[in-house]
Design a protein. Sequence first.
Length: 195
Amino acid sequence: MQCTKCNTEVPSSYMKCPNCGQGFHGINTPSSFDKQAQNFAQRSVNTQSASQLPPNTSLKIAYLGSRAFASLLDTLIVIVPILFIGFLIGIWGGLVDEDSETTALKAQLIGMFLGILYEAVFLSSPWQATPGKKLLGLKVVDLNGLSISFWRAFGRASAKILSSILLIGYIMAFFTKDKRALHDLMAGTIVIEAK
């Protein structure tokens, strides 16, 4: 018998052509099981190769001065809404006759959370940068130059609290490879110049 797909001569007892997989005697080609097996194998190969990517050496590390100025711009952008929300929390605390220290603590915690959320949303966006970093042509990526997830960006922004203690985490950027601050080391990120 001859395969109708590739013209290979095949014994009549075969259910499929050994050369191209064409089915005979009413057998579909390729079977749904075969397709699932191929898809699974392809996903495994893609996942394995993606996880074994070498660090991207073509990334241009951002200057610390640019990063500091970008942080200043972001602070100026986010401080107005945070102060306004703090003002509203203060008014609410006065209306419900809350202790002023409790009200101040609530305002600080909410302001800190909003600052972290601001950074996480923008760093995980297609911009890969906060507005301040975007204006200066900077991006935050993982060590392979790929974009980071919201949760990684949230963790990085949260880790800045540790970096802020006596500014030690920021000072580390002067002494670490690729100018990575403590929060970058903890999140596995790097700040680069956008191309």
